[in-house]
Write a protein that binds this ligand. Structure first.
Ligand code: PLP
Length: 384
């Protein structure tokens, strides 16, 4: 049973009911897990179920999760991938050799690193620009007429905010597709397609799954007939960057609480940001929910229900002081990633010292624990 698309349900309802996915065969109120990799044909060689022939093309658990994500993202279609990076790669593989792309600078380092290598190997001209500066983005696009423009908002770990509708206008003005990595926001807080993006990408490993136990990526599109989307869809199924049934089922289960989790994480992150802003050991707090954040007004316009659980701050005293504070934390796991129900802390300089990241920067992914407990832990770790 699918929830009727003509009823304008709100995200919390769509998510809690998994867009209407149940198990028709057993009457179960949650979908079953289908582990078959291949599906039978009848004596006339017609598939018993025309939607199911071979699991690389046809996976019911993947379709259920994709339908749910499409409803939450207000997309025409969604494709799941076995990781966020597989989704990134699927987009860039559509750019012809000799083409050009514009990519936001100082985004998730894994994305930048892979794109640089891929573009060099494919003879694609890569232009990196601080896309939250729309004048700079416009100048680069006018000069190079890229096939695609890639932005990440809020960006990880700088928490920069790019105006999606402004970036879409610039990209479309030169005939480019705008792709937005919206991982830090999740569809619970932001729907980039409604602001003019052509494709929205997520590391669904993060907030969408929300429990640090599934590796996943997604692409959602506003025009499912576009030639770029046709290439992505065909390539995913034929080249085989597909997700397994168990992961897709877990992802659906995770998404049932997505709006609830993102609301709580945002509330907690805001409380921590305010606390850290007044802390004598803290030089700078990067969080778009703070009124003095340079992207606050844009974030308030294109996000709703909160500003997310990702927050960075710079500890006075550089690397040594930041590592000392991280080492003293008792509730925040010292681990990479973000978007899970448990809070994490990461010293990004240890991982990407060459990217201009401040030595004292700690990035935290704020979970759904009690905010007062998290603040008390930060207080003791920072020495007061
Ligand atoms: N995009 C962002 C913003 C990320 O933070 C990450 C992972 O940390 C990725 C993409 C890559 O996703 P995955 O680790 O699921 O491949």
């Amino acid at each position: 049973m699918a929830l009727p698309p003509e009823i304008p349900l709100r995200p919390a309802t769509i998510a809690a009911q998994a867009a209407g996915a149940t198990d028709q065969a057993s009457g179960g109120v949650v979908p079953a897990i289908h582990m078959a990799t291949t599906f039978a044909r009848d004596e006339n060689y017609a598939p018993l179920n025309p939607d199911n022939v071979y699991v690389r093309y046809h996976n019911e658990n993947v379709r259920v999760a994709e339908r749910l994500l499409s409803r939450l993202e207000q997309a025409a279609e969604t494709l799941l991938f076995p990781s966020g990076m597989a989704a990134v790669a699927a987009v860039f593989r559509t750019v012809p050799s000799g083409g050009s792309v514009v990519v936001q600078s100082q985004i998730y380092w894994g994305t930048t690193d892979w794109i640089r290598t891929f573009c060099a190997r494919r003879d694609i001209a890569l232009h990196e620009v601080e896309a939250s500066d729309l004048d700079a983005l416009s100048a680069v696009c006018q000069a190079h007429h890229p096939a695609l423009v890639w932005v990440e908002t809020p960006s990880n770990p700088w928490l920069r905010i790019t105006d999606i509708s402004g970036a879409a206008g610039i990209a479309h003005g030169v005939g480019a597709q705008l792709v937005v990595d919206s991982t830090a926001a999740s569809p619970a807080l932001s729907q980039p397609l409604l602001h003019g993006a052509d494709i929205v990408m997520h590391s669904a490993t993060k907030g969408i799954n929300g429990h640090s136990d599934v590796l996943a990526g997604s692409l959602s599109v506003s025009d499912a007939e576009s030639s770029v989307w046709q290439m992505i869809r065909t390539d995913r199924d034929t080249a085989g960057a597909v997700m397994g049934s168990m992961e897709a089922w877990l992802l659906t289960r995770g998404m049932r609480t997505l709006p609830l989790r993102m609301r709580e994480m945002s509330r907690n992150a805001m409380a921590l940001a305010q606390y850290l802003s007044d802390h004598p050991q803290i030089e700078n707090v990067l969080y778009p929910g703070l009124p003095d954040h340079p992207g606050h007004a844009i974030a308030a316009r294109q996000m709703s229900g909160g500003f997310g659980g990702l927050l960075s701050f710079v500890v006075t005293g550089g690397s040594a002081a930041a590592l000392r504070a991280a080492g003293r934390l008792q509730l925040f796991h010292r681990a990479t990633s973000l978007g899970g129900v448990e809070s994490l802390v990461e010293h990004r300089y240890t991982i990407e010292s060459h990217t201009g990241i401040p030595e004292g920067l700690l990035r935290v992914s704020v979970g759904i624990e009690d905010a007062d407990d998290l603040i008390a832990d930060l207080g003791q770790a920072l020495g007061q």
